[in-house]
Design a protein around this ligand. Structure first.
Ligand code: MSP
Length: 634
């Protein structure tokens, strides 16, 4: 099976920034995921180098257009390796091969009568490089560039979009998956309720020469969008290279700003050419910076190279894919990035890898131990891991990267808790070496599965994890191997390696200290109010046994527990991120039983479960030995 994915080709009037990096990263993560699934992938990115905007930018830089586009295009090309982008081809619209394809297509469409010559009078925006309709203006200004358009009368060539409008509406309705997420499909369907008109696809040379000459009229160059969209075909070697037929139709990744050219012009161009429509258009939202639009004038452009230099490639990749719900806007801040690096990468994942490999070293001379029979906790861990891997796969297939990573971190949490509960260090002390081997083997197996699934997002860390398990990433990086448990071969050498994700120190010191449960030194401890003992006697605290446990639908945090203490009651507990329901049934917990009932998500909660939280996570308070359900605590 082959899979073709593209990014927009970026204008060379600006240097690469966070927005470009995100789109390119999405395409890369998907490309890698498809490679994990064994597909042959072609991944295209590049630069869009013609048009007014570019000429103006070159003038501002005091450079000749060709010199200027060469320089900025190179900046894009050299930024992507820093982000570990595994593209197959980098295309530039100034390449002769691309120009040839544009001319070939124009000639074909012209010959079949889909392009006509006409005089047009209208309001032209040089920023948008197109005529605007009266309706599009806001207070007489271009809504994007906030400047008045210029009245222009020009003879030009037009592409008959209107001829294909009804066909397009029907096609989108018949192919609900074509534009995703659904909100963007709806946006296009509602836009298509109005008359499209035809598209002006030429610019007279009297006004612009930096473009591809129309093959049928030397006095004009091609409108930059008509030229740019064709990169998706020319980049594949269309029409001569057989590769294009084996990879087409494409998956295009874009942001919402360029939805119309991709969802309206492009499918109509393909239809006019007699080429199958692309497979899917994946549209994401915009990154804002500290709640503000990213813009040169605000001076808040985030440069990917600088971020990577400061925080590391995998860290930036993880953050961007974890933080944005694909399709919606998201906010970028360095504080949020640091928080995620420390909590998710250093603590949760880093810790799991480190402690598991350290124990393998210490107890089994750095070799994968041989497990004996899996008991209930191993069965639960195995089942949960394999189930969550399926959720991860589904989410990745649907471009829901934040969900996919949420799933992976569920497995990480589950495994950390499994180790806490099984406490291999205590088993070793008791001389239970066989049981310890079983526990460590299972923890290592989970690491193997995490290593595979993490690869599309954090390729470096994923490969290190696999190498530390004594595996060859080239052999191991197959998704089917993450869908099976128990593939590690006992006896193979492991390696502890260095910390995967070093912890970042909090600049002001207060947060990190708090997280470790210490009081910052520069602050006086708060005066504590002391209570008389009879205040404590008012609390009815009891031992309760969990009979049933389930997730509260629509939340990530809440579990609904049915407990016996000794009467049965329902308690809602905010522990779902730390405990999966099936691990709780049969367990004894401590509840406060005389709280006023509270309605949470429509469910009446009759009590509160006690737990303690520190930087390592949340742990339930449990009796040291089983006690009769209902026994009073005090
Ligand atoms: N050259 C055209 C695209 C032609 S494709 C045939 C173009 N170039 S661009 O340089 O302006 O890039 C726009 C794209 O950059 C967006 O669609 C998106 O992929 C990315 N982003 C630019 N700013 C962004 C954000 N603030 N947030 C997220 N992505 C953004 O349009």
């Amino acid at each position: 099976m082959s899979f073709y994915i593209t990014t927009p080709i970026y204008y060379v009037n600006a240097e690469p920034h966070l927005g470009h990096a995100y789109t390119t990263l999405v395409a890369d993560a998907v490309a890698r995921f498809k490679r994990l699934q064994g597909e042959e992938v072609f991944f295209l990115t590049g630069t869009d180098e013609h048009g007014d905007k570019i000429v103006q930018a070159a003038q501002r830089a005091g450079e000749d257009p060709q010199e200027y586009v060469d320089r900025i295009s190179e900046l894009f090309r050299t930024t992507w390796p820093l982000l570990n982008i595994s593209y197959s081809r980098f295309i530039r619209t100034t390449e002769p091969a691309h120009k040839k394809v544009v001319q070939l297509v124009l000639q074909k469409i012209y010959d079949q009568g889909d392009i006509y010559f006409d005089e047009y009078q209208g309001l032209y925006c040089f920023g948008c490089e197109r005529f605007l309709t009266e309706k599009e203006l806001e207070n007489g200004l271009c809504p994007d560039h906030k400047c008045p358009p210029t009245p222009l009368k020009e003879a030009n060539y037009f592409f008959r979009l209107s001829k294909y409008q009804d066909w397009l509406v029907q096609y989108i309705k018949d192919h609900p998956e074509m534009i995703t997420p659904e909100r963007y499909r709806n946006e296009i369907l509602s836009l298509l309720k109005e008359d499209l008109g035809d598209l002006c696809i030429s610019r007279p040379k009297s006004r612009l020469t930096w473009g591809i000459e129309l093959p049928f009229d030397k006095n004009f160059v091609t409108y930059v969008w008509f030229d740019a969209l064709l990169n998706y075909l020319s980049g594949l070697g269309y029409p001569d290279d057989p590769k294009w037929k084996s990879f087409w139709p494409a998956h295009h990744v874009i942001a919402k700003d360029i939805l119309k050219p991709h969802a309206v012009y492009w499918p109509i161009m393909l239809k006019a050419l007699g080429i199958p429509i692309y497979r899917q258009l994946h549209v994401h939202g915009y990154w804002n910076i500290n709640e503000e639009k990213m813009s040169k004038s605000l001076g808040n452009i985030v440069k990917p190279a600088e971020l990577i230099e400061r925080y590391g490639c995998d860290q930036v990749r993880y953050f961007l894919l974890r933080e944005m719900a694909f399709g919606l806007d998201a906010n970028f801040s360095e504080e949020a990035l640091k928080r995620r690096i420390n909590a998710d990468l250093a603590n949760d994942l880093g810790n799991l890898v480190f402690r598991t490999l350290t124990m393998t070293d210490k107890y089994f001379e750095g070799q994968i131990p041989s497990p004996s029979e899996a008991q209930k906790p191993e069965q639960v861990l195995t089942q949960k891991t394999l189930e969550v891997v399926e959720g991860y796969i589904l989410a990745m297939e649907n471009f829901q990267f934040h969900r996919a990573l949420g799933s992976l971190w569920e497995i990480i949490g589950e495994s950390n808790r499994y180790i806490d509960y099984q406490a291999p260090w205590a088993l070793m002390k008791k001389g239970q070496r066989e049981r310890t081997a079983t526990v460590i083997y299972h923890a290592l197996e989970v690491l193997r599965i995490i290593g595979i699934c993490l690869w599309p997002v954090c390729p470096n860390a994923a490969e290190k994890i696999l190498e530390n398990l004594g595996l060859d990433p080239k052999e191991e990086l197959k998704l089917s191997r993450a869908q099976k448990f128990g593939l590690l071969i006992p006896g193979k050498k492991t390696r502890r390696g260095e910390a995967l994700f070093p912890r970042l120190e909090e600049e002001k010191g207060t947060k990190a200290l708090k997280a470790k449960g210490q009081t910052p030194k520069d602050k006086e401890p708060k005066e504590q109010k002391l209570l008389p003992i009879d205040e404590f006697a008012k609390w009815d605290i009891r031992v309760a046994e969990v009979i049933q446990a389930e997730k509260v639908p629509g939340t990530d945090r809440l579990l609904k527990l049915l407990v016996r203490c000794p009467e049965e009651r329902t308690v809602i507990a905010g522990i779902a991120e730390y405990y999966s329901p099936e691990t709780l049934v049969g367990k004894q917990v401590i509840v406060v039983a005389n709280l006023k009932p509270a309605k949470i998500r429509g469910i009446v909660s009759q009590g509160m479960v006690l737990a303690a939280k520190d930087a390592q996570g949340l742990k339930l308070i449990v009796p040291e030995q089983p006690v009769q359900a209902g026994a009073k605590v005090g």
